[in-house]
Write a protein that binds this ligand. Structure first.
Ligand code: PLP
Length: 390
């Protein structure tokens, strides 16, 4: 067999770093702050609602293609409650197998082969693969330390006649940047003027510590050209349930639904009932999620700074970016490969999320969506690293 099995479109796009680092964590007994998921589950009453749904025979057979009406209504109500945005649950909401499927379905629906898709790097690893699967061409615009603000001039310069989509992610994984209203307004203005579509990945919408999250779809001229994506994974700490959604115009939702139909068709019936209930949780729940994470963010940022890292505190998400140059390792990949042996902690080198690897070379990401005692243990271990250095 002379031809490689994997399609050329996808060659080199598989991310092996998470598997490599998780294996290292197990082999060395390290604290794993690489993986971006919580080590505690979401509200017990929501877990109970999923179990009850299964036992009561709700959602055990194929649910409706667009999602169960209860969940679509809850998503529409969520958009109204938090953003004053009126969404028709009948035609403007689509339930997906996590945000991951929503991203894939949106790109497959909206991108013709050869179309350019602009995304701010470093990016969530599925973006490159999904753009490639759609036959699109990814065009990175680089977010740079220390602030990781979107370079709007670079964005303007990246747009040309082949540009079809701007793929946004705010709050941004992995940098923790939350795009401001002014930044989003410029991006929206460019999209309107150049007649571009926007796919807006907002899975961290409720994990914001400073500033505010604003869906770009709510800005003038954007509602008809934006697919807004979110998910239950981060807000409710049920990452394994894979319940996500898209909201947008009826035309947009129909386009995305057409591809979603041939990916999974439907998924997670009983979980859809539980997440409908979760979305209706009172204000206090949403506030406590952000407040609890803010405490962990501060704990991590202070501890990492004390251990000798240069720290770029995030405004949102549950990741903190550091620069490891002070340890004499300007290469984050080497640093992360050695860190388990040196300190018994696992983190993720951010250069793997950049096309422009140079911009991400000294950057390392730590996840802080873990129990406080786990974070304290990791920080105690990392403080040894500092004393070994000095
Ligand atoms: C930016 C971003 N988008 C999407 C996802 C995937 O969300 P889901 O688990 O709902 O598929 C993640 C998960 O880490 C993420 O960080």
């Amino acid at each position: 067999m002379t031809r490689p099995l994997l399609s050329r479109r996808l060659a080199g796009l598989g991310t092996t770093i998470f598997a490599e680092m998780s294996e290292l964590a197990v082999a060395t007994g390290s604290v794993n702050l690489g993986q971006g998921f919580p080590d505690t589950d979401g509200p017990p009453e929501i877990a109970r609602a999923a179990a009850d749904a299964i036992l009561a025979g709700r959602g055990n057979q194929y649910p409706p293609g667009a999602g169960i009406p209860e969940l679509r209504a809850a998503i529409a109500e969520h958009q109204r409650r938090f953003y004053g945005w009126e969404v028709d649950p009948g035609t403007e909401v689509l339930v997906t197998a996590g945000a991951t499927e929503a991203i894939a379905a949106a790109l497959l629906a909206l991108v013709e082969p050869g179309d350019e898709v602009i995304a701010f790097e470093p990016y969530y690893d599925s973006y490159s693969a999904c753009i490639a699967m759609a036959g699109g061409v990814r065009v990175p615009v680089t977010l740079r330390a220390p602030g990781f603000r979107p370079d709007l001039e670079a964005l303007r310069a990246a747009i040309n006649a082949r540009t079809r989509v701007i793929l946004l992610n705010s709050p941004h994984n992995p940098t923790g940047a939350v795009f401001t209203r002014d930044e989003l307004a410029v991006i929206a203005e460019l999209a309107v003027r150049q007649d571009l579509l926007v796919i807006s990945d907002e899975v961290y919408e409720h994990l914001v510590f400073s500033g505010e999250h604003l869906p770009i779809a709510s800005l003038p001229g954007m509602s008809g050209r934006t697919a807004t994506i979110s998910s239950a994974a981060k807000t409710f700490s049920f990452t394994g349930w894979k319940i996500g959604w898209v909201t947008g115009s009826a035309e947009m939702v129909t386009a995305v639904r057409t591809t979603k139909q041939f990916l999974t068709f439907v998924s997670g019936g009983p979980f859809q009932y539980a997440i409908a209930q979760a979305l209706a949780l009172p204000e206090g729940y949403y506030q406590s999620v952000a407040a609890d994470l803010r405490i962990k963010r501060d704990l991590m940022c202070d501890g990492l700074a004390e251990a000798g890292f240069e720290v770029y505190p995030p405004d949102g998400t549950y990741f903190v970016t550091t620069d490891v140059s002070r340890f004499g390792d300007a290469d984050g990949l080497e640093f992360c490969r050695n860190l388990p042996a040196r300190a018994g902690v696992v983190a993720i080198p951010m250069q793997v999320f950049y096309d422009n690897a140079e911009a991400g070379r000294p950057l390392v990401r730590f996840a802080f969506c873990k129990r406080k005692e786990v974070l304290a243990d990791a920080l105690a271990r990392l403080s040894q690293l500092n004393s070994a250095r000095t």
